[in-house]
Design a protein around this ligand. Sequence first.
Ligand code: ADP
Ligand code: MG
Length: 234
Amino acid sequence: MVVVEDLVRTYGSGDTAVHAVRGVSFSVARGELVALKGRSGSGKTTLLNLIGGLDRPDSGTVRIDGTELAGLGERELLALRRDRIGFVFQSFGLLPILTAAENVGVPLRLRKADRTEREERVDLLLTLVGLEGHAAQRPGELSGGQQQRVAIARALANRPALIIADEPTGQLDADTGRAVMELLRAVVRSEGVAALVATHDPGLLALADRVIELRDGSLLDDVDDAPAGEGPSA
Ligand code: ADP
Ligand code: MG
């Protein structure tokens, strides 16, 4: 369970201050996929970075399974990011010289999991994301959609409480993006992890359990997904 209360983050000060996040509160339960929408510049990345412990808020709190981030020192925050949060980025963020299996195993190595546990978990995760036949391939030998599947498997490696995905389908074509989003949807349920996914792709919002919208750093009231079948692509 992730609980965010009254988060504020301002870049700079005085006349040039940018109020990127202005008092945001919400929560995400385990097994729940919450989509964060909002146009470019609305504060999505800033908010995700605060929740993921990549940036510190000016005020407000983030609690992940009861642990308040503000109470942690740098080392503890690093460990929490490594063990409790899985990150998925628009540009995949895989290490090009490692195979798919080695990329998925990186968080397990960082946690110093032993070799047997690592190999079993990596096999299971590659199967979960539909890449069991691709373990030995490097990112450059995989399609964009396959690379993002590897990134999702890596994000799940340490059985995190939370997955944070910042426009995970932004570099994929519409069909591949939808397939990746459907995979995320499925693993969030099967792994019982909370997920917060920033996207401004209207076609993907319908896959979320809940959609929240940022506008100029503030959360609007919860908005509903567009009803199925509406819109120009139908
Ligand atoms: P989004 O991800 O929704 O596009 P961002 O969180 O990246 O929005 O940006 C929100 C606002 O904060 C924008 O006005 C952006 O220009 C500003 N901003 C983001 N990062 C920084 C930074 N490091 N320094 C100053 N301003 C920033
Ligand atoms: Mg962004």
